[in-house]
Structure formats: structure tokens, C-alpha cells
Ligand binder design. Sequence first.
Ligand code: TYM
Length: 350
Amino acid sequence: KPLVFSGVQPTGNLHLGNYLGAIRKFVALQENNDCIYCVVDLHSITAQLVHEDLKGQIRSIAAAFIASGIDPNKHIVFNQSAVPQHAELAWIFNCVARIGWMNRMTQFKDKAGKDRENASLGLLAYPSLMAADILVYRATHVPVGDDQKQHLELTRDIAQKFNIDFMEHIRSAGYGVDMVVGEEPIHAYFPPVEPLIGGATPRVMSLRDGTKKMSKSDPSDLSRVNLMDDAETISKKIRKAKTDPDALPSEVDGLKGRPEADNLVGIYAALSDKTKEQVLAEFGGQQFSVFKPALVDLAVEVLSPITAEMRRLMGDTAHIDAILRDGGERARARAEKTMREVREIIGFLQ
Ligand code: TYM
């Protein structure tokens, strides 16, 4: 079975972008894959070091995973810091990756802002840890939103450089497989990672501005639907969402140049597991005064059971902690197997 890995940071409220870009896909992938889903707490201290209630944030992401339908018994749900092998492999990848690669990351540029010299070293090395998260399990499929695409390309670059630099060591240690990367036949230890970004909402946009992505850090709470919003709040936010004055088109082509309309149609499609074509076949020619209430009903219908279950789970922290501890143990066993091989390939004494 293909091995799927993905992670979500325990910082701030989860929103519809996180749900449709990532978590809803995690749920769907369980059927035919072996899945590992991680609350990436080590990543959460890169941009902001001190957190008020990090434990609570970690539990709330785990609760969101489970409330959305992830089965922690059949698959693995855990928090990153419980498996120190992530940090160990990240260190090795820090020595594989080049500073120039990290400097080119748009997320680093965005998060570091103008005062780049003053950003944490961890923020710069963030993608090394992300590559380690995935490759410490030698996972091949990674469901994420479009904003993580560049990080996954870097993950491929790190894997490839490791494979090439250590090719003879990998061979003589008896690990790895022959494969072709691009045109080149190599003997590789780490597999190439494939991002799973498709669907109707690779990038859910702000409800206030269809050209900006929906984000935890937007100062306006009206710009996003949070997973913990009640029905009334969801309704208010969607009714107030920015739109243009025209009716919906009947073809997807007609959404070009209409980012807000495109976004709302995409959200409707993703929430109903339909394509945008199907949504427009139903709503083409209708005004937003008709479409928005339908979207409110759909969003409330999909999200309110998840919100309710999240609240219930959050009331039983011992239960969540037990799930994370069990997931951590299983993840650690797998990660340690890889690390024993990696230490051997590099030539550390063990
Ligand atoms: P994070 O915590 O910022 O976001 C979690 C997931 O939500 C997706 N996402 C979106 N998708 C569509 N539209 C949006 N507006 C939107 N906003 C967020 C993100 O793409 C992500 O999939 N670096 C990652 C966490 C991470 C990770 C990993 C992911 C750490 N290690 C290994 C995959 C594999 C991040 O900060 O996601």
C-alpha cells in the first residue's frame, strides 16, 4: 500500500482552507493507503517561540483529525516532538540542503518579513524538518494545499542530493533500490515524494479578497470560516463574503477573472465532493442571493458535526493524549528503523 504522510501546525484556529486543502483529503486517502498524520509541534516554534497553550493547540489538531473521520487505530496520529528521529534526520538534511535553496522559499520570505536577519534559524531550516517528517517514513504521497508545493519540491531535491551523494554508501550498506529519476538511473534510498494537491480547492481564498489565500494570520476573522465557528457565525461570514454583482456562469471558463465567485464555487464543490462543472450545472444563471444561502446550508451541514465532535473530544484530554501516545510509539518504531539505516549509510558508529 502507498504510504501517505502529512502534517498540520498547532498554531491558531483551523479554518476551511486547512480542512478542504488538507484534512478532508487525509480522510479520503485512508481507504487505500497506509497513512501517517502528524501534529507538527516542532514546526510551530519556528515563527513564534513561546505559546500560551501549546498542549491545548496540539490536542485541538488531533481532535480535528479524529472528528473529521481519521481512524487513529487503522492509521497513525501523533505529535512530531514525540518522535525525536524527525529532528535527527532534519539535522542531517540541514547538512545536505544548501542555504541558497532555503533562501528561495517564498514562505520563508513571507514569514520572515523585512527583518530577515532577525528571523529564527529554525524558520530558515523549516523545509529541512518538513522533508525529514516525510522521509523518515520514506512516505511517497503527501496531501497538502497549494501553498506547500514549493516545500515539497525542495523535499525532492533533498532526497535526490542525499541519494546521489551517498549512492556508493547506500549500495555497499545493501539498502536502497535502482530507479530512474528524470533520465538518470540511480541507486536511491529515499523515494521521490509526490504532492497530492488537486481537487476543487487547492487554494481556498479569503472571503474578503479572492486574490489572497485564506489564512490563520489574516487580521480579519471575517476572511475565514473557522472549524470551531457555530452555524450563525458561518452564515454571517458567507453572507458577508465579497462577490461581484453578476450571476454565476454556467461554464467554469466564466469564472476567469472572478476570483471571489471562483472561490465560493470551489468551496461548494469541495464540500459536496462535486466538480465545479457540476456545481455550475446546478447554479449557473443564479444570483449570489440564491447561491450563498445554499452554500451556508451545505457548510453548516458538513462542519457542524465535526465541530460538535471536536468539542466533545476536547473535553476528554486523557483520551486524546492516549491516542497521541499510542500513535507516537508506532511512529517511533518505524522512524527508528529508517534512522538506523541512515546512520549506517552516513557512517556513524552505532
Ligand atoms: P499548515 O499548518 O500551515 O497548514 C495545514 C495544511 O492546510 C493547508 N492549507 C490550505 N489549503 C488550501 N487553502 C488554504 N487557504 C490553505 N491554508 C492552509 C496547507 O497547505 C497544509 O496542507 N508546513 C506545513 C505543515 C507540515 C507538513 C509536513 C505538511 C510540516 N511537515 C510534512 C506535509 C508534510 C504547514 O505549515 O501547514
